[in-house]
Design a protein around this ligand. Sequence first.
Ligand SMILES: *Cc1c(COP(=O)(O)O)cnc(C)c1O
Length: 237
Amino acid sequence: MSSIATNLQELQQRIAIATEQVRRPRGAVQLLAVSKTFGPQAVLEAVQAGQLAFGENYLQEALDKIDALQALAPGAALQWHFIGPIQSNKTRPIAEHFDWVHSVDREKVARRLSEQRPPALGPLNICLQVNISGEASKSGLSPAELPQVAAQVAQLPGLRLRGLMAIPEATDDLARQHAAFGAVRALYDRCRADGLALDTLSMGMSADMPAAIAEGATIVRIGSAIFGHRSTQTTRS
Ligand SMILES: *Cc1c(COP(=O)(O)O)cnc(C)c1O
């Protein structure tokens, strides 16, 4: 078995254990394999091991990879999730080539994605990114501005608002991890109480996955634990 296949198997096991420990149903947490900086061959190995959902941060790199995989794995039901910062003049290729976008943090970006989504593809799945730890360097909506933007985005015809995404401050302190993910969960519950039909909490990375699962994550976004250490931002295979 390739090391990518072994890593995926171990990770699925860890997800199953963390899910079971907090008595959530088996299959409640989906794995998004973050393949940024890794080339098409690495993605193909993951596909051959049964992984179909991939997360990408850098637009041009992602578009090249999506193309390459169409040739390498024709007919595979791959799902591409955009999880990186979005420039508002680069929304069209995202609307045309992705199934999900996790990193929407402005109404303007959402409006453009909605207008540019080809109707034949069906609505684009959206998570709103929340800056839960209030770090100035991080993108994301503040908790205070979230409800209004969520209500607006939910009305856009080319989109389907699915939930929230967060990247809390990096910390080894488990209590702080739980507090941050719990705060995202509370915002999610509040949006649902306001009448939004959300079903997705995208939170948890290689370093903080169990806390995210305990607080209700439905998608964990994992890169290095599958593909290995990222040395640069340049694509390699
Ligand atoms: C890179 C990245 C990940 C994966 O991080 P790892 O530490 O490699 O698991 C998850 N989410 C986002 C938004 C990322 O940019």
